[in-house]
Design a protein around this ligand. Structure first.
Ligand code: ATP
Ligand code: MG
Length: 378
């Protein structure tokens, strides 16, 4: 079985690695260079996108910012999963908000803003403080503004107006600022028959809008159930096939959906060491029409993002139950270069393991890691 992935970054790479034992051969399409490449070596194949579409049995995606003509071409082959509507919603906050409303899942109050007058209305309707987000092209907290007081509105509007004219079809979604207690995400899979399997929820720490640390959370049944129900509502409404990630704000135990990602997700990388079947394998299983693998947690696991660094101390590699995953990318400040999965026999031991690893990692590059042990465990 051969699968074409739209996008040739680390997610395609990790799907290729997960597919190999199942004899699933992955090739990737680099949207920016219009080349079909090997997802591990990035070597070019002598194939056009059209050739690759004709050659493979299944087509899927590793990211949502795909030009609509490419997406439509792939969908027309009848080989593309998940539903292109899901990819489009993941890449456009207007469609995403409409999808969440249609699926009946709780999300932050919002209003579309296209003019200074709309912004004034949003201040009244959505309230202050608010978060203003670009509809297209946002990731890692980019294309966002915070409006705290009405006096800042003119200055922020000037900035946004310039931004709006820079990209065709761009828009702004004004959203209420949610005073969340924590951010969690749910990664799950839906197969071609509509069966759903979800992983335990993951608690996520972002620093400056970028994910730093994700920890699988056990024993939070009420929140897990809410997240699962919302997952099923969204995935079923899209007749979704594949892995889908949902980011939530947790406000006193009540979840609001922040956004969806119609693909494998950074906050699910811990499943490589912590779950029976990792998210990458389950995505391939789903889109290839195989049964889903078990999503059960096998041991408490956390994931640390490696941002802008291309080496780690030997002491990190030497740590028990610590797995380093590099993405083979050239170093750039703040860039996602790899991640570290850390597992332990209990949640308390995991906290301890993170604190030990934290002492071998630069505090500026890894700000979310604990460095002191909260309490001693034997
Ligand atoms: P990514 O694609 O990397 O997940 P993004 O650029 O798509 O990020 P969001 O997830 O919408 O953007 O926002 C980034 C972070 O900003 C969130 O994880 C959260 O910490 C904060 N944030 C976003 N929206 C709100 C809100 N309405 N209220 C409070 N904080 C928010
Ligand atoms: Mg996000």
């Amino acid at each position: 079985m051969q699968v074409l992935i739209l996008g040739s970054g680390q997610l395609a790479r990790m799907m290729a690695l997960a597919g190999a034992p199942l004899n699933i051969d992955v090739i990737a399409y680099d949207v920016t260079t219009d080349r079909v490449v090997h997802p591990l070596t990035q070597a070019y194949y002598d194939l056009t996108l059209g050739d690759a579409i004709a050659q493979v049995q299944v087509i899927t995606a590793e990211f949502e910012h795909i030009p609509y003509d490419v997406l439509d071409l792939c969908a027309a082959s009848g080989k593309f999963q998940p539903n292109p509507e899901a990819i489009k919603a993941g890449g456009d906050r207007r469609l995403e908000k409409a999808l969440l409303d249609r699926a009946g899942v709780a999300n932050a109050k919002y209003q579309l803003v296209a003019s200074r007058q709309d912004l004034e209305q949003a201040i009244n309707h959505v309230g202050l403080p608010m978060v203003l987000k670009s509809a297209l092209g946002g990731y890692d907290g980019k294309g966002q503004w915070r409006l705290k007081t009405a006096e800042q509105a003119d200055a922020i509007w000037d900035e946004m107006a310039e931004f709006l004219t820079a990209t065709p079809n761009q828009a702004i979604v004004a959203e209420e600022f949610v005073p969340f207690d924590r951010e969690v995400s749910l990664i799950g899979a839906r197969d071609v028959e509509g069966n759903v399997a979800v992983y335990p929820i993951t608690e996520n720490v972002h620093v400056n809008g970028v994910l730093n640390l994700s920890t699988a959370v056990m024993g939070n049944e009420a929140v897990q159930q809410q997240a699962r129900d919302m997952f099923a509502a969204i995935a079923n409404s899209l007749n979704y096939v594949g892995v889908l990630a949902i980011e939530f704000f947790d406000v006193a135990g009540n979840l609001l959906v922040n956004e969806i990602a119609p693909r494998v997700h950074n906050s699910g990388h811990w499943t490589q060491q912590g779950a029976d079947t990792c998210q990458f394998e389950n995505h391939l299983r789903a889109v290839c029409g195989l049964p889903l693998g078990s999503t059960q947690l096998i041991r408490p696991t956390a994931m640390i993002n490696i941002l802008g660094e291309d080496s780690l101390a030997d002491a990190v590699y030497a740590q028990t139950n610590c797995h380093v995953h590099w993405y083979g990318k050239e170093r750039r400040a703040g860039r996602k270069m790899g991640h570290i999965n850390v597992s332990a026999e209990s949640a308390a031991h995991l906290e301890q393991a993170l604190a030990i690893i934290g002492r071998h990692l630069d505090a500026q590059a890894f700000p979310a890691l604990p460095r002191e042990m909260a309490y001693a465990v034997d």
